[in-house]
Design a protein around this ligand. Structure first.
Ligand code: FAD
Length: 356
């Protein structure tokens, strides 16, 4: 184990202190490696600090835990709320006293002799290896519809959506057919004249299927892969819509019918494929996120598709760099609370070997 204070490099710098950074820290601590977590957030909680007011997980607390300490059951609710998760992550990092520094924005990672240099807005740090766990929240994705910049109405991404009140009485399009789109449509449709726009018919999971079943299926798939077996596509993926109570209620009201996308924007609304123009006050984009990897560009590892080429989470081009929590490409279900545990455990085992 090495330490920066001795003039040596740390074993590991973890960039990002959301759930992926914390799961990584838990295993680094257990492996007795020297490390620090640098997090740009003002407070614990990662992306959950920015979730909308009514956001609920799609899995119960017993299936939403990080390594070592289970998430406490949420009082009076089957599915934990945004604030339950923030509270859990705050208590989790307190409990283990991880060395987390915030707010520290990492601006660049560069190669130096013996390791990697991490350039931040609070100075330069060095380590033999780096784990990037910066999530996706800071990179909301909006598809490029013709005339979008001309549209004079409100446009907001789900990353910045808080509650339906701002849309009361307005004509609103909710765009995107995943869990965010469904949950936001479920409540905006109560306050506004809302239309749900999805590229294809949304896929609802059966009412008795929630995150537990999805994680179980992801695990079965992962085991099969390890053993060289193939599982014939099980029903449902982690992106399919979980029928949490608000979604079920909206579906029962008939508010979750969707229509296929418009062709273009005009100044005050949209033009549907048949040429019909409609006045629209606001568009809520529930169209997902992309990995936040700008700080890795100086390493020359970010590919044209915005990702880093990895093998088991380790950069192919820069073997002292690992990525954690961005999606299945950095470990099966690693972008979920329970899934990141296994991915972080496997990653830290390999880092430990690499540092010998
Ligand atoms: P984040 O939580 O985004 O943490 C990244 C951290 O890195 C942040 O604190 C950020 O400030 C910091 N950072 C970013 N860039 C830098 C930088 N350059 N320098 C320093 N720090 C930086 N998962 C579930 O398991 N169950 C669910 O029910 C569930 N529901 C979801 C519902 C919605 C609407 C969404 C959007 C996601 C949901 N997820 C769910 C998925 C997942 O749990 C989250 O996306 C999760 O927050 C990802 O964690 P992370 O640690 O990878 O990233």
């Amino acid at each position: 184990m090495t330490s920066e204070a001795d003039g040596d490099l740390l074993d590991v710098i973890v960039i990002g202190g959301g759930q992926a950074g914390l799961a990584t820290a838990w295993y680094l601590r257990r492996a007795r490696l020297s490390y620090v977590v640098l997090d740009a957030g003002e407070a614990p909680g990662g992306a959950w600090r920015h979730g909308w007011d009514s956001l609920r997980l799609f899995s119960p607390s017993s299936w939403s835990s990080l390594p070592g300490w289970p998430m406490p059951a949420s009082p009076g609710a089957d599915y934990p709320t945004r604030d339950d998760v923030i509270e859990y992550l705050s208590a989790y990092e307190q409990r283990y006293q991880f060395p987390i520094e915030r707010p520290v924005q990492v601006e660049a990672v560069k190669v130096v002799e013996g390791g990697l240099e991490v350039v931040t807005d609070r100075g330069v740090r060095g380590a033999r290896t780096v784990v990037s766990a910066t999530g996706t929240w800071s990179h909301p994705f909006i598809p490029d519809y013709p005339g979008r910049s001309r549209f004079g109405g409100v446009q907001i991404h789900s990353a910045h959506y808080e509650s339906p009140e701002a849309f009361s009485g307005k004509r609103v399009l909710v765009v995107g057919g995943g869990n965010s789109g469904a949950q936001i449509m479920a409540e905006v449709s109560l306050a506004a004249d809302a239309t749900w726009v999805t590229t294809e018919e949304p896929l609802f999971l059966p009412d008795d299927v929630d995150g537990r079943v999805l994680f179980q299926r992801a695990t079965d798939r992962w085991r099969a892969q390890q053993e060289g077996r193939v599982i014939d596509a099980p029903v449902g993926g982690l992106g399919d819509i979980v029928a949490i109570p608000s979604v079920r209620a909206a579906r029962a009201r008939g508010d979750l019918n969707s229509r296929r996308p418009f062709a273009a924007f005009h100044d005050q609304g949209v033009i549907w494929p048949g040429g019909e123009e409609e006045r629209i006050d606001a568009v809520i984009w529930c169209t997902g996120f992309r990995p936040a990897l700008d700080h890795l560009r100086p390493l020359g590892v970010v590919e044209a598709d915005g990702r880093v080429a990895v093998e088991a989470g380790r950069s192919v081009r820069e073997p002292r760099l690992w990525l954690m929590g961005y999606g299945d490409w950095t470990g099966a279900a690693s972008a979920t609370i329970v899934g990141v545990t296994r991915a972080a455990r496997d990653m830290v085992a390999v880092i430990q070997q690499a540092l010998v």
